[in-house]
Design a protein around this ligand. Structure first.
Ligand code: BG6
Length: 489
């Protein structure tokens, strides 16, 4: 199956922080892949703005090196890369002063979509928004894109929202949560709302519990300064896992339209109950001894803070207090340096009310597992009779649907989250972006949880790199008569 590509309108995309890590790893490679796919019109232009002194040629060389490093070899087409680089321009800019703003204004064209990507520290959002206005560069039609972390608590998120609201209205603000740009995440909505099969079962009567796992094998080395002030709760749960929970738990929106979808997600966040201390397990990875291989530092060494109480792992039991989900817990867990890199949502259905096959052949639950990565797809385990003459013995088999296998011989080319989201900004579609009130509601749920462990002085439990996390996390489910799914790559 060939992906349908509809070119977007001509645009000027300004990337503040254009020489930064995100631009190099994600934004530029993502834009190049869209260019290669034919989605970027010939008139599209990308203007990088940053503090370093550089000219267009210098920036093109830097961008070329990023593409060589972060675009897969199979997509590196020399001619296309050359044409793409021609679209790049560079302006040296002083975000907190006046330098460079006139030059930027001079580069902007009339009659094309104007988008401004704030790939900079949140402390600069206000300065950028203010100068875009005072220099007449942004207008009522312009769009701004902001990255996480969107605040570190409710008060700071409110302050950021207020700063942006001084110059832009909500319809112009695109808050990125890149998990919403992942193919499977959107497919989740398609599966739920375009099939009659699942929706009747999608409630506490039939769903025993939901597990959401985002496991990573990497540590925090290199990002220690940011991460140690954040931790897994702020870095992952408050945004990515919360968004996944919302898509599973929300009511059908009346239309696949930005505010309709976001209204339903907001209701879920507001229905989340406070989480008591006994429903939370935090962990911190230990050092890995050499044992023949290379030794690896502990979390505390990685962040250079021997006293750190920040969690690199967290598991918690969330409850959505509404009619649909009363009594169905949502277990969330995420962590660094775990056994495998895998992100998965598992809907674990209840057992059949009565087994006609006898005690020994007791029914195992049906599970709908939605894999975000790697190998995006869905898998529904169903019970069947074990083949052969051995009588009525039951076994569970997967009805497996890998998106890549299902959609084409070599798999359809699945766009990366960033490239999809940037194209949505140009198209003016906010469905996959977080609204200001959603972010604030998410912090309103998160804040008391963090304040709780801070006031108690809780220390995270140690866990070994390459494990499934701290032992105590197993208990979180065991005591409810359930168990975590295995973390497998
Ligand atoms: C980021 C977090 O938002 O998401 C990182 O700050 C994390 O700590 C990353 O590693 C995970 O994203 P992905 O797409 O690799 O699962």
């Amino acid at each position: 199956m060939v992906a349908r590509v509809i070119p977007v309108d001509p645009f000027d995309l300004v990337i503040f922080g254009g020489t930064g890590d995100l631009a190099k790893r994600k934004i530029l490679p993502g834009l190049y892949r869209r260019f290669l796919a034919g989605q970027m019109p010939p008139e599209a232009r990308i203007i990088a703005a940053a503090r370093s002194e550089m000219d267009d040629a210098g920036y093109r060389a830097l961008a070329g090196a990023s593409l060589a490093e972060f675009v897969s070899k199979s997509k590196q087409d020399e001619k296309a890369i050359g044409e793409f680089l021609e679209r790049l321009h560079y302006v040296t800019i002083d975000a907190t002063g006046e330098g460079g703003w006139k030059a930027l204004k001079g580069l902007m064209r009339k009659g094309v979509v104007r988008a401004f990507y704030f790939s900079v520290a949140p402390s600069l959002f206000g300065d950028l928004a203010e100068r875009l206005h005072s220099h007449g560069i942004a207008d009522g039609e312009s769009r701004i894109v902001v990255e996480k972390p969107f605040g570190r608590d409710l008060a700071s998120a409110r302050a950021l929202n207020a700063v942006l609201a001084e110059h832009f209205n909500e319809e112009q603000i695109y808050r990125i949560d890149h998990y919403l740009g992942k193919e499977t995440v959107q497919n989740l909505m398609a599966v739920r709302f375009a099939n009659v099969l699942f929706e009747p079962l999608w409630n506490a009567q039939y769903v025993d519990h939901v597990q959401i796992t985002v496991a990573e094998t990497v540590g925090v080395g290199g990002r220690g300064a940011y991460y140690d002030k954040s931790g897994a709760m702020r870095d992952m749960i408050q945004n990515h896992l919360m968004q996944l929970l919302c898509l599973i738990a929300m009511e059908p929106p009346y239309h696949f339209e930005p505010n309709a979808v976001r209204d339903e997600k907001l209701k879920v966040i507001r229905a989340l109950e406070p989480v008591p201390a006994e429903d939370i397990v935090r962990g911190q990875y230990r050092a890995k001894p050499a044992n023949g291989g290379a030794a690896e530092p502990s979390y505390a060494e990685d962040v250079d803070n021997p006293q750190s109480r920040t969690e690199s792992y967290i598991a918690l039991k969330a409850r959505v207090a509404n009619w649909r989900w009363q009594g169905t817990p949502f277990y969330l867990r995420t962590g660094k340096k775990l056994r495998a890199r895998t992100s998965e949502i598992a809907i674990v259905f209840k057992e059949a009310p009565h087994s006609i096959f006898g005690e020994e052949e007791s029914w195992r639950a049906n599970i709908l597992a939605i894999r975000l990565q790697p190998n995006e797809g869905m898998n529904l385990s169903v019970m069947i009779k074990e083949p052969g003459p051995g009588g009525m013995r039951l076994t569970d088999v997967p009805l497996d649907m890998s998106f890549a296998d299902a959609l084409g011989e070599d798999g359809m080319d699945i766009p990366d989250a960033y490239e999809r989201l940037i194209m949505d900004v140009i198209r003016g579609n906010q469905t996959l972006f977080m609204r200001g009130d959603e972010v604030e509601a998410a912090w309103a749920w998160t804040d008391p949880i963090i304040e709780g462990w801070e006031s108690r002085g809780d220390r995270p439990k140690g866990y070994d790199p390459g494990s499934s996390g701290p032992e105590d996390a197993l208990m979180l489910l065991h005591r409810d008569g359930r168990r975590w799914r295995e973390i497998r790559g």
